[in-house]
Design a protein around this ligand. Sequence first.
Ligand code: BJW
Ligand code: ZN
Length: 259
Amino acid sequence: MAVEGLEQARKLMADARKLCVLTGAGISAESGVPTFRGPEGLWRTFRPEELATPEAFARDPRLVWEWYEWRRGVIRGCRPNAGHEALARLALSGGKEVRILTQNVDGLHEEAARAVAGGRDPSPALPLELHGSIFRVRCTRCPYRSTHREPLDTSSTDLLPRCPRCRSLLRPDVVWFGEPLDDEVLQEAYDLARHADLCLVVGTSALVHPAASLPLATVRGGGAILEVNTTETPLTPLAAVSLRGNAAVWLPLLQGGET
Ligand code: BJW
Ligand code: ZN
């Protein structure tokens, strides 16, 4: 299937003037960042409702911070892979309008954008982060928000990070289950998806909404879906082409066809 699929996929890519790319945890798997679902996913070992909801944080902020601090440590040790780099190259090549929308909170698209851009402006390859960033914190009470990459001491509740303005607890600036996505971010994402003639969907189980609905907006707008994933997803039947396998292998092949 591979070669025929690749030819069709390259044609979709070549014909697209406006490309929206939706990525999920699978694109960072090759970098060593754990995914959520699947045999080795985080949700096999940890219960989302105990760790990734506002109720969980209200109940036991130390436990939630401890889990995030562990993940932050893992991610700090990870580098972007050939998949992130291929997307950054595509977005920076200027051949077409490309926008990356990511559900990932790991910052690896941004790191790839800066590395590929070298001294140039990385902004065309910077992603819209639908679910926030694990390296930002925000206040549980006031609008305070800040970048925070350094390790945190989560050994006791008294030591958890506090807001410099109002002294309330800070929390990871990510979107938990039951929380709305940032309004402006979601509007922009829908606009991009609706007007794209191709939505390239990479490494997402397409189970979590509203992110998983974005490719449907492309289809409703007359565009097509091109999927890259190691397994089938609910979007597979709707995809014009579905490339089965590792994003770190497929994306450089797709991007190579563009130059
Ligand atoms: C590879 C690969 C390789 C592996 N190469 N591929 C409609 C119906 C039912 C429920 C809902 C609905 N609409 C909303 C909901 C509720 C809920 C939801 O969607 N639940 C479903 C699970 C049923 N959604 C929400 O709660 C959202 N909020 C919301 O809707 O608010 C409404 C509201 C409005 C007004 C007031 C109040 C509320 C928020 C969702 C937030 C999700 N948060 C998380 C955690 C983020 C922070 C953190 O990281 O800790 O986001 S959960 C987790 O799932 C994370 C991810 O971004 C997200 C998606 O996961 P992803 O990226 O798809 O990863 P996996 O692991 O699932 O899949 C990896 C894929 O890669 C697999 O397919 C592999 O095959 C593949 N793969 N290696 C290529 N090498
Ligand atoms: Zn505050």
